[in-house]
Ligand binder design. Sequence first.
Ligand code: ZN
Ligand code: ZN
Length: 227
Amino acid sequence: MQVAAEALRAPDVEDLVGAVMEAVARAEPSLGAGLQRLAQAWDAGVVTPAMLLPERGRIAADAVVRASGLSADAAGFLAVAGLRPALEALYAPLREHLVEGAWSLGVCPFCGSPPGFIDVIEDGRRRLACHLCGGAWGFAKLRCPFCGVDGAQHLVRLTPEEAREEGYLVSACRECRAYIKEVDRRVRWNAGPALVEDWGSPHFDLVAHRQGYWRPVPSIVQLTARG
Ligand SMILES: [Zn+2]
Ligand SMILES: [Zn+2]
């Protein structure tokens, strides 16, 4: 995390973040004023790239929300979409050094972000995917990655009739009320990368939101849901 805070310089990432802000402004015009304030704060150096990095289980610092008036979800989404290319390049060389099983926490061992998606791989094990840097790591099957509670009784699988698709499900926690989507790649052998699968399945997010669950790593659907 410290690595990224030092390596990310505003001029290096502002084209990326700027492009994402423009795309979001086009897709969701109601966010225009907040994005404008964020751009001004960025130009003035009040908001820095380091403030978009994950901290204590969430993405994008309060300072970003305060400076822009955007929701925490919108700020988090901008961080994921805007910083991903830079962080992916930054951490890629470190990935091969992660020993399987050496990391058991529910935050990315590379950048510190909460996980954004779960892949169930060939042997049935779960791998958590980080949307912010593209990292992935193995994780216990019956543990909530967000609050750490252990045991099937705490977890609930949301597979509602109207959105049933074999191999896809929403895994939610009764304790912290967070959810995360997963794809079983033994069934969905042609599924895309985790980020593509996640952003491409907003109907599952809507099902989870209707039942009162939330997700720590915001997706596109949060931009329109609450602005
Ligand atoms: Zn990461
Ligand atoms: Zn939990």
